[in-house]
Design a protein. Structure first.
Length: 150
């Protein structure tokens, strides 16, 4: 009975543990970006995710999203700025760009060209694979197909 009460209490308080889904280090090795997914006490079709940045012994949460099921994640770096794309299935995905040095988010569109190039290179995405996504590697990563024009 005590175990059941503990599970019910934990469920009601929203307590859950977190599991690392993806990690990427900066080119200089001083910064780590982690995507964590919630590990709920009871089975759930979707979970919360959060993106953490760890540098110089400090950890900062830079993004959170609910109702996700992370399937694909990729991070690309340019200096101290990283760009992240995650296909979250149910939640539709997450795209963020963050300047570690300044400690703030930056416009994702500014990072789009080098994130797309990184995806193309790492996953060797060909033109045929990109066709359903309008030729966009980021839409490919998010699985956002483009409707054919009539």
């Amino acid at each position: 009975m005590r175990i059941l009460l503990a599970i019910v209490a934990a469920f009601l308080c929203g307590c859950a543990s977190w599991k690392t889904h993806y990690e990427a280090r900066s080119p200089d090795g001083k910064t780590k970006v982690s995507l964590l997914r919630e590990k709920p006490l009871l089975p759930a079709p979707d979970v919360r995710v959060k993106v953490l940045v760890e540098r110089d012994g400090r950890t900062v949460t830079v993004a959170t999203r609910g109702d996700c099921w992370p399937e694909f994640t990729h991070v690309a770096w340019s200096g101290q700025v990283f760009s992240l794309v995650m296909d979250g299935a149910v939640c539709g995905g997450l795209t963020i760009a963050y300047d570690v040095e300044a400690g703030r988010a930056v416009d994702f569109e500014r990072t789009r060209p080098w994130l797309a190039a990184s995806l193309m290179k790492k996953f060797e995405i060909g033109e045929l694979a990109l066709r359903p996504y309008g030729g966009d590697p980021i839409r490919w990563a998010l699985r956002q197909e483009v409707s054919p024009s009539r």
